[in-house]
Design a protein around this ligand. Sequence first.
Ligand SMILES: Cc1ncc(COP(=O)(O)O)c(C=O)c1O
Length: 154
Amino acid sequence: MIAHLFHALVGDDETAIGVDIVGSSEAIMLAGLTLKRKWQARRKAHGKPYDKPNIVTGANVQVCWEKYARYFEVELKKVKLKKGYYIMDPVEAVDMVDENTICVAAILGSTLTGEFVDVKLLNELLAEKNNETGRDTPIHVDAAGGGFIAPFFS
Ligand SMILES: Cc1ncc(COP(=O)(O)O)c(C=O)c1O
């Protein structure tokens, strides 16, 4: 039901994969752990170090991201905010992605201003970088407040 609300590309004979959670913090803990483990498995398979995972996100992240980073031992690489622009800039975010980046976290409905990151642009830029580097860095959308209204925009 949720996949359809968000217009996910799920075929008639396919099933969306996911899990119900009670809040955005729980979503971040579970998704963050999954993303870290998948990244570690890929790194191990290629004989590369897997002890310095990071997440690229905006400096406007909700405090639960700090908690995730501390307890799950992942560095938060924050894109600085600018005067008059209080969400993550997708161009700067993609520039900060490196081989240790387990995901880029985009917020739909910033806790501070309610603004949405341009996730479509972020996806295009990241796909381009992934193509160039041969990596597969994913996006996590923190659709806290925005998750309640985004499905009804289009
Ligand atoms: C953008 C964002 N992410 C995460 C959270 C944490 O959500 P919850 O309190 O539902 O765990 C909030 C809560 O304000 C939020 O605004």
